[in-house]
Write a protein that binds this ligand. Structure first.
Ligand SMILES: Cc1ncc(COP(=O)(O)O)c(C=O)c1O
Length: 385
């Protein structure tokens, strides 16, 4: 029997453990220097002007929507092929959520469908493109629609730390906010860089950054003018915020992990290329976007079976019986009873997303996966189809 292979797993080194232990021995477990260090490293990596670290990617999306002052009856649009949080953040703020179908070649929001939606519906206040599997969404095209139709853009880059894209001869990091107002990362253990749990919002806008930092910490504002008038203890709250603070313990792990991001990306790309090479001539399969083995840092390796859902189920169950645990990313969000009941969204709303969902499977992909294990997955999958 094969040793258990999950679809994703963190890669923790000795130096990660030492960094966490050093922080446990230090004066600050939270609100200390490791948080600022982590935020500075995220700015360095992406080129964004500000990074605000917080409890998780979901909190990051919530804070981003709050900072943009999303509220009823604002309309927010996202991709149906994403984790629930990409849509739920709009609902948290009282907004109305709708979904734009994916481009089957990129598996990300299709800008042409977004344009058609903006021309024939109420224009959105917010669009949240998702860099699915690590593949950058077409951010420059979405940015130009944002300028034309007047909506804000939050790049959900939870899958895409370490990915880059090129536009007009220049290379940009996912999360740079070169073509968005805000971007978010998640540091869940399944992601490329982990902090145990964790998230961050990036922006180049000073006002948004100030609002995000305030909302992360209950909405409390302390400044020199107020302190001079009242005393050094003084704080004020104009808008109730949240306790979405991350700890120094988590950020110490995040800083240490970030220092190996090039290694993480190289190994993830290598594994994606091994799968590509093995499956490229198999016409029973549709491979993920090829950029995943090139400029993007692959978070997932989603293949599709031309044979449809019955083949997918057989492969999923057959591999699980061999201790190889794949995953399905994702059930289209508009299928969820909450969205279906609230908005009357029906199946056949997003044809490409639904077709993709009916036959997709994410194969194991994480840096500590050995070549022999990749080969085992390839052999067993090939035997099952
Ligand atoms: C695309 C996407 N957005 C947001 C999130 C939320 O991140 P977190 O799990 O850190 O709350 C996830 C997490 O799985 C995700 O995959």
């Amino acid at each position: 029997m094969t040793k258990s292979i999950p679809y994703a797993r963190q890669w923790i080194h000795e130096e990660d453990i030492r960094a966490v232990v050093r922080t446990l021995d230090s004066s600050f477990l939270t609100t200390g220097p490791e948080i600022e260090k982590f935020e500075a490293r995220l700015c360095q990596l992406t080129g964004a002007g500000h990074a605000i670290a917080c409890t998780n990617g979901t909190a990051a999306l919530h804070l981003a929507c709050l900072a943009l002052e999303i509220s009823a009856p604002d309309l927010g649009l996202t991709s149906p092929i994403s984790f629930l949080a990409s849509a739920n953040c709009i609902e948290y703020c009282g907004g109305k959520t709708d979904f734009i179908d994916i481009n089957p070649l990129t598996l990300c929001m299709d800008p042409e469908k977004l344009e058609a939606y903006c021309l024939s519906n109420q224009p959105p206040r917010l669009v949240i493109p998702v860099d699915f599997a690590g593949m950058p969404a077409d951010l420059p095209a979405i940015r130009s629609l944002a300028q034309r139709f007047g909506f804000a853009v939050i790049e959900d880059a939870a899958h895409a730390i370490g990915s880059t894209y090129t536009f007009e001869g220049r290379t940009y990091a996912c999360g740079s906010c070169a073509h968005s107002d805000l971007a978010i990362f998640s540091f869940h253990p399944a992601k490329t860089v982990t902090a145990g749990e964790g998230g961050a919002i990036l922006t180049n806008d000073d006002d948004l950054a100030f609002r995000l930092k305030t909302l992360r910490n209950h909405g409390m504002v302390k400044n020199r003018e107020l302190n001079e008038e009242h005393g050094p203890w003084y704080y004020e709250m104009e808008t109730p915020g949240f306790n979405y603070r991350i700890t120094d313990i988590q950020c110490a792990l995040g800083v240490s992990q970030l220092s190996r991001i090039d290694e993480f990306r190289a190994r993830r790309q290598e594994i994606a290329r091994l799968y590509n090479k093995a499956f490229k001539d198999d016409d029973r399969l549709i491979l993920p976007p090829q950029e995943l083995g090139k400029t993007a840092c692959p978070h997932l390796y989603p293949i599709q079976f031309r044979g449809g859902s019955s083949v997918r189920k057989k492969v999923y169950q057959g591999l699980a019986a061999e201790n190889i645990f794949c995953q399905v990313h994702y059930i289209p969000i508009h299928f969820q009873p909450y969205y279906a009941k609230k908005y009357g969204y029906t199946k056949k709303k997003c044809y490409q997303a639904e077709t993709y969902y009916s036959r997709c499977l994410s194969l194991p992909l994480f840096p500590a996966l050995k070549d022999e294990e990749v080969q085992t997955v390839i052999d067993k999958l090939s035997a099952l189809i």
